[in-house]
Design a protein around this ligand. Structure first.
Ligand SMILES: C[S@@+](CC[C@H](N)C(=O)[O-])C[C@H]1O[C@@H](n2cnc3c(N)ncnc32)[C@H](O)[C@@H]1O
Length: 203
């Protein structure tokens, strides 16, 4: 499919989408915020006072949710793209996997954190299989990053795609965390291969 055809369809779909309209009414920057809300309502991953890292945070819906709903959380938001500031969250512009980003993260917290959350995705190419493989690699890297950054018993959630890396992520998550489950939030588009892995209690 041609790129301008994809973007026309994307614009049409955005206009029809109730979560896009709701996010505008509620003052959130993206419809993705409802996925985090639904994950948290079911799996209770967030608490007041938590130290939280938001990987792939732009434009900032998930970070807004943490700042607005949970008191005294210390939040770090990182993305390859620039974001408008969000409350007192500390923002890093860059790749989470670069050494310089990891240094900034460790200098900021100076201790291990309670939750690493990742909604990271690559820019789509239009080739769903290729997109799901590359995003799968990103989820695996996020899981390995979380292993190093989390306190014992800390939690990790990540977007994952049904695809070739799915089983590898599940088996690595199971050997790293005491509880692992898969959840597709109701606000995640049905036609999307996206789900979320919810990992609790780092071993
Ligand atoms: C679906 S968006 C995130 C939406 C966000 N959760 C929200 O609520 O607004 C995915 C983001 O992942 C980011 N991303 C992809 N690879 C990344 C990487 N290696 N390091 C940091 N961010 C990355 C993209 O730039 C993009 O902004």
């Amino acid at each position: 499919m041609k790129k301008n055809k994809i973007s026309k369809e994307w614009i049409k779909r955005q206009r029809r989408d109730i979560y896009v309209r709701k996010s505008k009414q509620d003052g959130f920057r993206s419809r993705a915020v409802y996925k985090l809300q639904e994950i948290n309502e079911k799996h209770k991953i967030l608490k007041n006072g938590y130290l939280v890292i938001d990987l792939g945070a732009a434009p900032g819906g998930w970070s807004q949710y943490v700042i607005e709903k949970f008191r005294n959380c210390k939040l770090l938001s990182i993305d390859l793209k620039e974001m408008e500031p969000i409350g007192n969250s500390y923002q890093i512009l860059g790749d989470f996997n670069e050494i310089s980003s990891k240094e900034k993260i460790n200098n900021y917290f100076k201790e291990k954190v309670d939750l690493v959350m990742s909604d990271m995705a690559v820019n789509t190419t239009g080739n769903k299989n290729l997109d799901s493989v590359v995003t799968g690699e990103l989820s695996l890297e996020a899981l390995r990053f979380a292993k190093n950054e989390l306190k014992p018993n800390g939690s990790f959630i990540s977007k994952i795609f049904m695809g070739s890396t799915f089983n590898e992520i599940i088996s690595e998550a199971k050997s790293t965390f005491k509880e692992t489950s898969i959840f597709k939030p109701p606000s995640s588009r049905k036609e999307s291969k996206e789900s979320f892995i919810i990992c609790k209690r780092l071993k």
